[in-house]
Design a protein around this ligand. Structure first.
Ligand SMILES: *[C@@H]1O[C@H](CO)[C@@H](O)[C@H](O)[C@H]1NC(C)=O
Ligand SMILES: *[C@@H]1O[C@H](CO)[C@@H](O)[C@H](O)[C@H]1NC(C)=O
Ligand SMILES: *[C@@H]1O[C@H](CO)[C@@H](O)[C@H](O)[C@H]1NC(C)=O
Ligand SMILES: *[C@@H]1O[C@H](CO)[C@@H](O)[C@H](O)[C@H]1NC(C)=O
Ligand SMILES: *[C@@H]1O[C@H](CO)[C@@H](O)[C@H](O)[C@H]1NC(C)=O
Ligand SMILES: *[C@@H]1O[C@H](CO)[C@@H](O)[C@H](O)[C@H]1NC(C)=O
Ligand SMILES: *[C@@H]1O[C@H](CO)[C@@H](O)[C@H](O)[C@H]1NC(C)=O
Ligand SMILES: *[C@@H]1O[C@H](CO)[C@@H](O)[C@H](O)[C@H]1NC(C)=O
Ligand SMILES: *[C@@H]1O[C@H](CO)[C@@H](O)[C@H](O)[C@H]1NC(C)=O
Ligand SMILES: *[C@@H]1O[C@H](CO)[C@@H](O)[C@H](O)[C@H]1NC(C)=O
Ligand SMILES: *[C@@H]1O[C@H](CO)[C@@H](O)[C@H](O)[C@H]1NC(C)=O
Ligand SMILES: *[C@@H]1O[C@H](CO)[C@@H](O)[C@H](O)[C@H]1NC(C)=O
Ligand SMILES: [Cu+2]
Length: 573
């Protein structure tokens, strides 16, 4: 491989470089610049037939798919037309090497963009795979501000599997209450839980039962809520790129009469395995291959259902369409209901089945540091919170990234965040009497480029016999998934518990009820990065930590971060 030389073609928006030289032939690959302009606004939508305000990008909910090739630069000029609400958009799974200020996290990498303002995100999509974007401002994501990022391999490069066509699938859950009503209930005394979503959406379409509602509120015949369909040609194999943007729900995804082969997870190749259904947690992406080899005399249901919580939310439905030349005919079969919500073993088994594709593993053999994070539900001064090692984390008004660059140590708590908990004595199976946590904006400071193991430890909530599933997402890095286990992680025999020969890299991983999940990452991306539960309500209530590493190497461009907390002092008069 040659290709170190960069040179410019006539226009500013294209850079050409020599990508590959194979037996005397060099293939030219172009790294493109995609310059997108997005206007973000509230619009009335009837995504599940019930009319409510949703956030749209250029009028669309979910937003447009970003389609690029590895190495391309993405520029997104995001104009906030929300009128009364700030905005920040996170590019989930994109590591932002060298551009930590484009991570799109309110309170961490930027001030929320104020109404009327434009924020310009610019970053390189440096690894082929399936990713997503979504709001990272309070609970704003659940209003529909999300979409897919599909990054293909450079031309001349082959993926380790083949397919004839592809489809993007955005899975989400949908509430009829607003994110404001929800956030208010969650942060009040008495605490008001958000409950289960009214609908599940597939590519922004669901079906609420409008039976007793007026047609001006809920109209089952509205074309906006007609089911999504995915067209296939008989005999061909399709790559479905699936992302879960749910705010709460863990899901299963299945296609009537068809099995699927999982080949990619969070932008990394999986040792292929076949399954009847895919379990997918908020913040995860997968690619599965599906062969359209059933009888083409009819169409087939695609469904998604809630798992891990005892929800009454109806299944989400879409149609696998074998007959594109006819009007879309829904199958007259019963849509597959999906697996039982409480079949925890099946979910754990699938987590254990996901390993790196052979030949794609390279992992530092030992950690330099081990951090254990106990996940508990707590009270703080009577408010319900989620805490990590007894600390419920809050974000400062001044974004951490700017505070670190300016050395403003007064804007967040300088006490180091706790690296462990009292694991000898803590009973993870019972409701604890320890219910008072503290709140803090403290962070973990990691030596630059060190290898860090994180063990997530689950426990009972404040409800007897209840432990929840938490999908944890790391910004700025992928991590290796070292293992999952039941019960309390044994600190004395630690590495022996790690399960995998071929740990896959991911950016989001579930922590199963009453279990532990271990992961390893290299702190090689200068900046400060969130690691958090991807459930909106849990994040709001403090289920997050921050990892700082090498932030002294970061110089934030001055134009990008003004208008909140102490950054106001940087504004020109
Ligand atoms: C991208 O488009 C915006 C809006 O049209 C324009 O102002 C900006 O100069 C463009 N940037 C690049 C790098 O082409
Ligand atoms: C994205 O690009 C790939 C590869 O060029 C193509 O197969 C796919 O259809 C495109 N998807 C969209 C949504 O444009
Ligand atoms: C509609 O109202 C009828 C009569 O009260 C009731 O039986 C039915 O469950 C309601 N359906 C829905 C979807 O609310
Ligand atoms: C799917 O896989 C299951 C389990 O291996 C098998 O029993 C079933 O026949 C397969 N279904 C199809 C449509 O291939
Ligand atoms: C359909 O394709 C799948 C995946 O390649 C294969 O496992 C299955 O046996 C095929 N079924 C039929 C009926 O050809
Ligand atoms: C799940 O919810 C249903 C309906 O709300 C209830 O009847 C059932 O007992 C619940 N199951 C469990 C195991 O809690
Ligand atoms: C999970 O895997 C174990 C061990 O392979 C097996 O005994 C069990 O039947 C599986 N359970 C489910 C629900 O798939
Ligand atoms: C729980 O905490 C309360 C208040 O500190 C205390 O009075 C009580 O004895 C504790 N109960 C147990 C079982 O430790
Ligand atoms: C949390 O803090 C309480 C009160 O300070 C203490 O009793 C308890 O042991 C702590 N729990 C953990 C898991 O560290
Ligand atoms: C928790 O804090 C409240 C209010 O500060 C106090 O009344 C209560 O005793 C504390 N409970 C425990 C278990 O420490
Ligand atoms: C980080 O560590 C790896 C080995 O673990 C080494 O190959 C790499 O050069 C280091 N990078 C920097 C920037 O120090
Ligand atoms: C919790 O589970 C235990 C053991 O299965 C049982 O004895 C107890 O009654 C359960 N408690 C509640 C509140 O469901
Ligand atoms: Cu959570």
């Amino acid at each position: 491989m040659a290709g170190e030389t960069l040179f410019f073609k006539g226009t500013k928006s294209r850079v050409i470089f020599l990508a590959f030289c194979l037996v005397g032939t060099c293939l030219l690959a172009e790294a493109e610049v995609h310059n997108l302009t997005w206007e973000v606004s509230y619009q009335y939508k009837s995504l599940d037939c019930y009319k409510k305000l949703a956030i749209a990008i250029n009028g669309e909910t979910p937003g447009p798919t970003i389609n690029a090739t590895e190495g391309d630069t993405i520029i997104v000029n995001v104009k906030n037309n929300l009128l009364m609400e700030n905005l920040a958009i996170h590019w989930h799974g994109i590591r932002q090497f060298g551009t930590p200020w484009s991570d799109g996290t309110d309170g961490v990498s930027q001030c929320g963009t104020m109404p009327g303002d434009t924020f310009v995100y610019q970053f390189v999509v440096d690894k082929a795979g399936t990713y997503m974007y979504h709001s990272h401002y309070g609970m704003q994501r659940e209003s529909g501000l999300y979409g897919l990022i599909e990054v293909s391999v450079p031309s001349g490069t082959k993926e380790p599997f083949t397919y004839d066509g592809e489809h993007g699938v955005v899975l989400s859950d949908w509430y009829h209450s607003s994110s404001y009503e929800q956030a208010t209930g969650l942060t009040s005394i008495p605490y008001v839980w958000i409950g289960e979503p009214q609908s599940l959406l597939i590519n922004g379409r669901g079906k609420y039962d409008c039976a007793n509602l007026s047609a001006s509120v809920c109209n089952a015949a509205n074309p906006e809520c007609a089911p999504s369909s995915f067209t296939v040609v008989p005999g061909e194999t399709y790559r479905f790129r699936i992302a879960s943007l749910t705010s709460l729900s863990a899901l299963s995804f299945q296609i009537e009469g068809h099995n699927m082969t999982v080949v990619e997870a969070d932008g990394n190749y999986v040792e292929p395995f076949a399954t009847e259904n895919l379990y997918i947690y908020a913040g995860e992406t997968y690619s599965v291959l599906v062969t359209a080899n059933q009888s083409s005399s009819r169409n087939y249901w695609i469904t998604t259902n809630v798992v891990s919580r005892n929800a009454s939310t109806p299944i989400g439905q879409a149609i696998l369409n074998y007959n594109p030349n006819q009007n879309l005919i829904p199958p007259n079969t019963t849509p597959p209901p999906g697996p039982l919500w409480n079949d925890v073993d099946a979910r754990k088994n699938q987590s254990l089945a996901i390993e790196a594709r052979q030949g794609y593993i390279q992992i530092p053999p030992h950690p330099d540091k081990v951090i254990v994070l106990l996940n508990t539900q707590n009270k703080v001064d009577g408010y319900t919170k989620w805490a990590i090692n007894n600390v419920s984390h809050t974000l400062p008004e001044t974004p951490y990234l700017i505070a670190l660059e300016k050395n403003w140590l007064d804007v967040f708590d300088q006490t180091p965040a706790p690296e462990s908990y009292d694991y000898e004595n803590y009973d993870i199976y019972s409701v604890q009497n320890n219910s008072n946590a503290t709140t803090s904006s403290s962070i973990y400071r990691l030596e630059f480029n060190s290898t860090v193991d994180v063990i997530l430890q689950n426990a009972n909530t404040m409800t007897a016999n209840n432990s929840e599933t938490h999908p944890w997402h790391l910004h700025g890095h992928d991590f290796w998934v070292l293992g999952f286990g039941d019960g309390k992680y044994d600190m004395k025999n630690n590495d022996a518990n790690y399960k995998f020969k071929n740990p896959i890299m991911k950016n989001t991983v579930p922590l199963h009820p009453y279990g532990w999940t271990a992961l390893r990452f290299q702190a090689n991306n200068p900046g400060i990065w969130l690691f958090h539960c991807h459930i909106e309500a849990h994040f709001l209530l403090g289920m997050l930590v921050l990892f700082e590493s090498g932030s002294s190497m970061v110089s934030v461009p001055p134009q990008v971060n003004m208008g909140c907390g102490k950054t106001k002092s940087l504004m020109q008069p």
